[in-house]
Design a protein around this ligand. Structure first.
Ligand code: HEC
Length: 138
């Protein structure tokens, strides 16, 4: 059962991408809900933002609140990066570990997928950490 649920979360997250790419998602990429960058995210680079939009946004959402198009099918829900208590509880190293090795590697849900190809890609990983950190609530 658990496996099935993970699959439906993954499927609906990534069906979300297809929908967005097919025109239904114009709102999802409007300037208003683009990930924060420039002044707010000093070392978030274009590569990191591109990775976020294609691989993370479907679950974590363009606003970083864990409300991407496929999030409803995920249990647990994708992490909201606006959660201050969570931001204060994790190190940059843990965030990078969760990204490269997946949620299970940091004691969280395996629904959070591993991105093994990013291993050793310091610039993109640092950029992703900055994207995640920039959504910290006040
Ligand atoms: C299939 C949906 C999905 C995708 C795609 C996804 N995540 Fe997640 N992510 C989750 C879920 C669900 C959790 C919550 C896990 C938990 O709390 O047990 C999570 C948790 C996290 C966490 C918190 C880890 C911790 O230690 O608390 C970070 C950081 C994160 N994701 C970043 C990313 C980034 C960056 C990407 C893109 C490279 C990404 N996620 C892609 C579903 C996803």
């Amino acid at each position: 059962m658990k496996q099935l649920r993970n699959l439906s979360c993954l499927l609906s997250c990534f069906a979300g991408i297809t929908l967005a790419a097919c025109g239904g998602g114009a709102a999802a990429v409007s300037p208003a809900n683009k990930p924060p960058r420039a002044a707010v995210v000093p070392i978030a680079n274009d590569a990191a933002l591109a990775v976020f939009q294609s691989r993370c946004m479907p679950c974590h959402g363009m606003s970083g609140h864990g409300d991407g198009p496929g999030a409803a099918a995920c249990e647990p829900k994708p992490r909201s990066f606006a959660d201050v208590a969570w931001q204060d509880s994790v190190t940059d190293e843990q965030i990078q570990k969760a990204i490269v090795y997946g949620g299970a590697a940091v004691g969280k849900s395996a629904i959070m997928p591993a991105q093994p190809d990013l291993k050793g890609n310091k610039a993109t990983l640092a950029g992703l950490v900055n994207v995640v950190r920039a959504w910290r609530g006040k």
